[in-house]
Each structure stands twice: as structure tokens, then as C-alpha cells.
Design a protein around this ligand. Structure first.
Ligand code: PEP
Ligand code: MG
Length: 760
């Protein structure tokens, strides 16, 4: 047996010596050790002198995403203990050790057996090598020898790397990894601000960490005790009410709760956490989390069920605490709104002048939070899944809305790089501002009206200042999203009137309510397995004519003053939907006319965003006045790629040859029937794709206000013939990447490289 172990060791040592670099050596050690020792995880932590932390550098068995992110203070947890004492630590059940620390990122709760050895060179601890077992396990002397030998070997490799400068570089790289997280671009731009964390009330999991000052501790303990007393009282009342209704074993549950509330483990642990400087809500969350994890690992189903009870208990205490500790939000520094599920109303917690960015762990570019950020010109990154929301309050965050990346506590190096980008952006803005009053005309004299996409009243003035010739898409769902219930007809009329009058005499295209998909109204929930293929847009409206008619009446009434309305129907997949919608529109119009005033009948259009509609253009052209291509949905339906799914986001590309062929088909059939076509998806505001659309002969383009002048510069720098020739070349290409390159090069060659540099 011994012979075999030493043989194996000799081979591993040989391989470590032959490794091409430190990372490879680390990976050999963790992988081979795990195989040989038959353990569930092997990991290596390095001591980072710069940050005084022990950093996870390599692992086999723990989540790879945790590399660089798991960090302990030099004396923290069991890893810290091994490092401090510079001694082997062999524990059959780590959970019972006083230094034990839960780390959420690594599913720590699942591991019991622990064998940690220090990595030492010249009496100096360089790190810790640790083997973990899920079951309780006492490691043998042979196991210890095995790990100690490998740790000694690693020590040599590490100090070699240290001398060669590789170690510092490696630590910096993992350091950047900790602070650099990517998501999806929600709204373009770059900004820096302090994290302002919002979290849904009465949601324990969403409560962030928050340090409190020495003199606040007593107040927090008092608040906490008060909340516990309230909950005890609630239980007493509940038990009383339920007497005779619930069987006695169910009633006993209230006693369990009452006992839990009295138990020292719960109350003392929370109080101790507050004394250590955590605010009451955070201390409650941490402690309840610990208990839930413990209960969840228990074999007995009865005890596992108790995890639910303890969560319930935690939630009840939280509600009481939150009622007492209403946080004020007098933000006076540039801030980035950060949250798991930000709701529109939370935008108001940060005054607009200080709102510099928005970062959400959920959602995508088409979530309403992203749409709002876009409208407000605030950089936004969505779907940053790994963001530890509860731990970043008050930290500096750099938001790169172009690439969909954020940097928490950016290094000086990163900041310098981005400051340069911000300066370039400002220079570009100065240049673009000169174009506000210039016509949007190609070099060969073709006028391509540029419109804005909006859904906010606040957008009127910036849109007009940017020289927009109208509104190509007014997303009427936005006023619906920010309310607690369906707005009434008069309220809607007032909103629509302000928009129509604000933009008059320019045309304003109102899209009828397009809810469903990812845009659920909180007061009209639609829960489906496939929401994008389900009850969406016009489908909901036709099933709820009362909601549709109210909106149509409001829109038509608002148009009496300026008569600059265009009405547009979303999600049309069949002519019968247009027929049904037209019937309702005519009915609303007739009702209003019967009531008195002569009200004009609006110009009506259809959005082409479902592939089936593409091949019904001839039939649709008989019924409506214009078309608008919704490339956001058209791309997702053509490519079978959910526009909200981060997992497949790389496949989502509107320059895919099939999407371009589809757009060409729409344009040629609509033009054959003398109907104008606008493009109002995000594609129209992206300079590279906009050049494609110009070349294809789109009649107008509609985009968020921030893109308008960039696209105007583009329009004014090409002839339509030139763009048309590029399209001809592109249509022969087989790959999206070739097409993107062709148009990017053309833009660069025309001297407009600044338009694409910021988004590469
Ligand atoms: C589209 O689908 O392209 C579009 C403009 O509509 P929305 O993004 O609101 O679905
Ligand atoms: Mg759409």
C-alpha cells in the first residue's frame, strides 16, 4: 500500500516539475490529489500579501467560478487557522469546529471531512492545500503525508513563480476576476458611481450586508428585540385564533416557533453579529441562512421541513424590523442602482441627477428596467448573475453598458483605461451635437427620417433637442408598468395628449399595449411556460377588448388637438388579428364621434416581428397604411433564440444572413404595395446595422435618443448607393461575422471609426 502511494507521489511530483507554469502545476496537484485520495474536493489557497487575504487559486470539486472570489482574512475560518498556526489541521467534521465558516459560493455546507496543510517555504506560509470530504472522515497518517509532500512540492513551484514575477501577475489576474463581472448590455454608455443597493421588502434573501457604527449597535439590538417580541405576540394571537380550528399537532407548531424565538442559538447569534458591526436585518439574514442550510442537510424529512419554518420565522421578524427601520435615501453622490430584481418605482430612490448607472442580476436588454435606462440615457447592465448584491453596498462600481460588464472597486489601471474612453465619448458627443439641426440625408440626397423610441414623458425634451423628426415607437406599456393598476381612460388621454402635443407637428407612433413575454404588469400577471410564444401583445388585447377599447379611445381622443398620431399594432401573426383589431378601432372611433366632436381616424400600421407576418405583407398592405419592423422580436423568432436568455445571447444577432434576407423580403414586398417601412428595433440604433438598413432601403429608422446623432452622422457620410452595394456583397456572405466585418470596415474607412470603437 505504502509503496503504491509513494509511487503515485513520485509521478505527481514529476508532472508538477514538468508543468509549463504555476497554474498548470496547481491544476495537476488538485486533480491528481482528488483522484488518489478519493476525496470530494481539493483546493489551493494563496496568501496575497497585497490584500492580506487567502485566495482560492485552484480547485477540483468546488465551483470553478469561485476561483479568485473566495477570500479569507489571514486568520479567518479553518483555512486561516492552518495558515496562522502553520500546522496541519485534520478534522473529521469541520462543522463542529469553532473556526468553521460557511462560504455560500462553494456549497460549503455539503462538506464535513477537512484536511488542510500549510504550503511553507523558508518558514514562510505561502498558502494552504486542502482536501475535503462530503461525509464525516478522519484522514489517515498516509493521507497527511501525501498532502504534506505535495504542499512542499508546490512551495517550490510557488517561490519559483514569485521570483519570476508570475505570482504577482497571477494574483492580479484573479483579483480582476473578482471585480469584473459580465452580463448583458441593457443601455449603452460608461459611468462610475457608488453602489446603491435596492432590495424587495420582506425578502430575507435580498437583504444586503450593511456595516453600522459603534454608536448604532444598541439601537439595532433594541429594534431586533422589539421585532422578536412583536412576532412572539403575533404567534400567541395566531395560536389563540386557531384553537379549535387546527388539529393539536399543527397547533404545536406555534410552540416550536415560540421555542425557536426563545432559543439562545438564534437570538444570541443574531445579537453577536450586530455587536460585530452588522446591521440587524443583515444579522438576521445571515443567521437564518445558517439554520436553513443546517436543516436542509438533515436526512430526516421532518427536520428538512423545519427549514421552511425557520425561513417563515425569519421573514416575520424582518417585516417587523423593516417597519421600524425605514431607510432614508437622501443620495447626494453619483450612484449606481444595483439590485436583484429592480422595479421601475425604485428608480425614484436615487435623484435622477445622481443616477449614473443601473445593474441588475436578472433580466436582459429588453426588460423594462433596461428600456427605462435607455430612455434616461443611463448605462445599464442586466443579468449579472454572480453579483454578490448583498455585499457591495457603497462600493465603487464602473458600468460599461456597451460591453455589458461591470467592475466592482476597479483598479487604477482599469479606471485609467475607461477615463480615456469617457473622454473619447465626450469628444464624439461634441462633434455629434453639431449635427442637431442638419438634415438626415445621405450624400446622394435621400432623406431618411430618424425617429425616437420612447415611453416616457421625460423624454420629450431630450428627444427634441437631439433633432428627432418624430416618435417611431411609443411603448405605451411603460405608463402601465409604473402604476398599481390599469390607468383609466382620462388618465391615459392626458399622458398621450402631452406626448402628441409635445412632438407636434412631428408624427408620433403609438403602439398599442404590448404586454406579456417579459413585460408582465404586476397587477395583471401572465404565467406561462413559454411566454414569448404565448399570450402576448395583440393576443391579450383581442381577448380583453375592454382594455384595448379604453386605450384606443384614449389615444384617439388625445389626437384631436394636433392630428399627428400613427397607431401601431404589435405581435401580429395573422391577418385575422388585424381585422379584429380594426373592427375595435372603428368601434371606438364611432363611439367618440357619436358623442360629439369630429375626431380624425388615425393612420394605422402593423409591426412585423413574427415570421408568419413577413409572408402576409400583401394581405396586410390591403388593410393598413405602414409597416414597422420590430427586429428585436423578429431576430428572436427567426433564430429561435430567447432574447432574454443569457445562455444563448451569443447566438442572438440581427446581422445573421437569414434575418437580413427576411428584412429584405419585408422591404421589397411592402414597397411593391407602396407602403412605407420603418425599423424600430434596437438594430436601427446600432451604427453597423443601421448602415445595412439604409442600404436595403428602409424608409425611416427609430431608436433610443442616445443613438440618434450617431446614426445621423452615418446617414450623412454615405450615399445610399454605396450602402446598397455593401448590402449586395453582404447578401452573398454565409456568416454573420463576415457581414459585421464588411460594414464595420466600411464605417472605419469612411472616417467614422469613433462610432464603433466604443462598442467593440
Ligand atoms: C421589437 O420587437 O423589435 C420591438 C421594437 O418591440 P419590443 O422590443 O418592445 O418588443
Ligand atoms: Mg417586439
Amino acid at each position: 500500500m505504502k509503496h503504491r502511494i509513494f509511487d503515485t507521489l513520485r509521478h505527481i511530483v514529476q508532472d508538477v516539475n514538468d508543468a509549463s507554469g504555476l497554474i498548470e502545476a496547481l491544476n495537476i496537484v488538485v486533480q491528481r490529489t482528488r483522484q488518489e485520495m478519493l476525496v470530494d474536493a481539493v483546493s489551493v489557497y494563496f496568501r496575497d500579501e497585497k490584500t492580506s487575504q487567502l485566495v482560492l487559486m485552484a480547485t477540483d470539486g468546488l465551483n470553478q467560478d469561485a476561483i479568485g472570489k473566495i477570500r479569507f482574512r489571514l486568520d479567518e475560518g479553518l483555512i486561516g487557522l492552518v495558515s496562522c498556526q502553520a500546522e496541519t489541521l485534520n478534522i473529521n467534521d469541520a462543522h463542529t469546529h469553532p473556526n468553521y465558516l460557511y462560504v455560500t459560493e462553494t456549497d460549503e455546507i455539503a462538506f464535513h471531512g477537512f484536511l488542510g496543510v500549510p504550503i511553507i517555504q523558508h518558514r514562510h506560509v505561502l498558502g494552504v492545500l486542502v482536501a475535503r470530504q462530503k461525509k464525516i472522515r478522519r484522514f489517515s497518517n498516509d493521507d497527511e503525508t501525501f498532502l504534506i509532500t505535495l504542499a512542499a512540492q508546490l512551495a517550490g513551484a510557488i517561490s519559483h513563480a514569485e521570483k519570476a514575477g508570475e505570482l504577482t501577475q497571477l494574483l492580479e489576474e484573479v483579483g480582476e476576476k473578482l471585480f469584473n463581472m459580465s452580463g448583458l448590455s441593457g443601455s449603452p454608455g460608461i459611468s462610475i458611481g457608488e453602489a446603491y443597493v435596492v432590495f424587495p421588502p420582506a425578502n430575507l434573501e435580498a437583504v444586503p450586508d450593511q456595516a453600522i457604527a459603534e454608536d448604532e449597535i444598541e439601537q439595532h439590538i433594541k429594534d431586533f428585540n422589539h421585532a422578536v417580541e412583536n412576532v412572539q405576540q403575533e404567534f400567541k394571537e395566531l395560536a389563540h385564533k386557531m384553537q379549535g380550528i387546527l388539529p393539536s399537532e399543527e397547533l404545536a407548531l406555534f410552540n416550536v416557533f415560540a421555542l425557536m424565538l426563545k432559543s439562545d442559538t438564534l437570538i444570541d447569534v443574531i445579537t453577536n453579529r450586530i455587536r460585530a458591526g452588522q446591521w440587524a436585518q443583515g444579522a438576521l439574514r445571515e443567521t437564518i441562512d445558517d439554520h436553513v442550510r443546517q436543516f436542509n442537510t438533515m436526512e430526516d424529512a421532518y427536520f428538512r421541513e423545519r427549514a421552511t419554518d425557520i425561513k417563515d420565522l425569519g421573514r416575520r421578524i424582518l417585516v417587523n424590523l423593516q417597519n421600524q427601520q425605514i431607510t432614508s435615501s437622501d443620495v447626494t453622490t453619483p450612484s449606481v442602482l444595483v439590485g436583484e430584481e429592480i422595479v421601475v418605482s425604485q428608480f425614484s430612490e436615487v435623484p435622477l441627477e445622481y443616477l449614473k448607472g443601473v445593474v441588475s442580476t436578472k433580466g436582459s436588454a429588453s426588460s423594462h428596467v433596461a428600456i427605462l435606462s435607455n430612455a434616461l440615457g443611463v448605462p445599464c447592465v442586466m443579468g449579472v448573475e454572480n453579483l454578490p448584491v448583498s455585499r457591495i453596498k457603497g462600493q465603487q462600481i464602473l458600468v460599461d453598458g456597451y460591453r455589458g460588464q461591470i467592475f466592482v472597486k476597479p483598479s487604477e489601471h482599469i479606471l485609467k483605461e475607461y477615463r480615456r474612453l469617457i473622454r473619447d465619448e465626450e469628444k464624439l458627443d461634441d462633434r455629434l451635437n453639431l449635427l442637431v439641426d442638419e438634415p438626415s440625408e445621405t450624400l446622394d440626397g435621400i432623406h431618411i427620417p430618424l425617429h425616437v423610441n420612447t415611453g416616457l414623458l421625460a423624454d420629450i425634451s431630450p428627444s427634441l433637442k437631439s433633432g428627432a423628426e418624430g416618435v417611431g415607437l411609443y411603448r405605451t406599456e411603460i405608463p402601465f408598468l409604473v402604476r398599481d393598476g390599469f390607468p383609466g381612460e382620462d388618465e391615459q388621454t392626458e399622458i398621450y395628449r402631452e406626448i402628441l402635443q409635445g412632438f407636434a407637428p412631428r408624427p408620433v407612433t403609438f403602439r398599442t399595449l404590448d404586454i406579456g413575454g417579459d413585460k408582465a404588469l404586476p397587477y395583471f400577471p401572465v404565467i406561462e411556460d413559454n411566454p414569448f410564444l404565448g399570450w402576448r401583445g395583440i393576443r391579450i388585447m383581442l381577448d380583453h377588448p375592454e382594455i384595448f377599447l379604453t386605450q384606443i379611445r384614449a389615444i384617439i381622443r388625445a389626437n384631436v388637438y394636433e392630428n399627428n398620431l400613427r397607431l401601431m399594432l404589435p405581435m401580429i401573426s395573422d391577418v385575422s388579428e388585424v381585422d379584429a383589431a380594426l373592427e375595435l378601432i372603428k368601434q371606438a372611433h364611432k363611439e367618440l364621434n357619436n358623442a360629439g366632436e369630429k375626431i380624425p381616424f388615425p393612420t394605422i400600421g402593423v409591426m412585423i416581428e413574427v415570421p408568419s407576418a413577413v409572408y402576409q405583407i400583401a394581405a396586410l398592405a390591403k388593410r393598413v397604411d405602414f409597416f414597422s419592423i420590430g427586429t428585436n422580436d423578429l431576430t428572436q423568432y427567426m433564430l429561435a433564440v430567447d432574447r432574454n436568455n443569457k445562455q444563448v445571447a451569443e447566438l442572438y444577432d440581427c446581422l445573421h444572413p437569414s434575418v437580413l434576407k427576411t428584412i429584405q423580403e419585408i422591404l421589397s414586398s411592402a414597397h411593391r404595395h407602396n407602403k412605407p417601412v420603418s425599423v424600430c428595433g434596437e438594430m436601427a440604433g446600432d451604427p453597423v446595422s443601421a448602415l445595412v438598413l439604409i442600404g436595403m432601403g428602409a424608409d425611416s429608422l427609430s431608436m433610443s435618443v442616445g443613438s440618434l446623432l450617431k446614426v445621423k452622422w452615418l446617414v450623412r457620410s454615405f450615399t445610399q448607393a454605396q450602402a446598397g452595394q455593401l448590402v449586395e456583397q453582404a447578401m452573398k456572405m454565409e456568416k454573420t461575422s463576415q457581414i459585421r466585418l464588411l460594414f464595420s470596415r466600411a464605417i472605419d474607412d469612411a472616417g467614422l471609426g469613433a462610432l464603433i470603437k466604443s462598442i467593440q
